[in-house]
Design a protein around this ligand. Sequence first.
Ligand code: NAP
Length: 247
Amino acid sequence: MLVKGKSALVTGGARGIGKEIVETLLKNGANVYFIDLNPSEYMADYEVLAKEAGVKVVFKQANVASEEDITNVVEEIIKEAGELDILVNNAGITRDGLLFRMSGKDWHDVININLSSAFYITRIVARHMAKLRRGSIVNMSSIVGAHGNAGQVNYSASKAGLIGLTKSVAQEIASRGVRCNAIAPGFIKTAMTDKLTDDQKDGLLKQVPMGRLGLPSEIADLLLFLTSDMSQYITGQVIEINGGMAM
Ligand code: NAP
């Protein structure tokens, strides 16, 4: 029960890594509000976990890239929760393609959903946390934000942007007792990586010393540490979790 008594807001919590994050926070005693484009097929499972832990799980439908919609929904969540201790900016998409062929739409969609959303949401939540003089914000970046990747100019730029945002936010709010860190996963087994061809996966695995994809639960475990009181002196950091892919 590492986050007992805390309340969390998680974006992209309907499936994938976000699903594991929602479940891990619930199991560890946090009330969880999650935002996604569509309801989660796992909602019944979430409710069972919430009941067992004596907490609540609440779904809010919104597009994180719409400044107006997301602002309204986040303000509504803060009102309902009373106090928010944890923010996880996790929602993200890929629209891969080589630079020469990438459309402006694929560029803007990825930047808006992966990066601008974190700005809209963090701007509201950080102010709230600063008043509480506590809180932990975690942004889901990626190994390609630090190292780049052919075919992912848009995605790697959005994830590099999240790293800059994380460090600047951390510097602005550290004195108010609020922390902001980023997680940079390598390749994790979710719908996002299921899209890769077998050849692409084989090529990737050759670069991973541990020889396997990561699991969403392994990302959720790190997230739990960063949002619990066990990481009180950690802020402005990008924690890489990638089976040794980049050392
Ligand atoms: P995923 O399985 O595709 O899940 C992403 C979730 O975000 C989905 O529920 C999706 O909803 C939601 N979402 C997408 N666009 C949204 C929007 N505009 N507004 C609200 N919700 C939206 O992806 P994942 O693999 O769990 O990835 C989660 C995060 O980790 C992402 O930021 C990703 O970039 C990052 N990451 C993943 C990996 C990996 O290998 N999987 C590696 C590094 C970083 P729909 O299903 O309705 O589209």
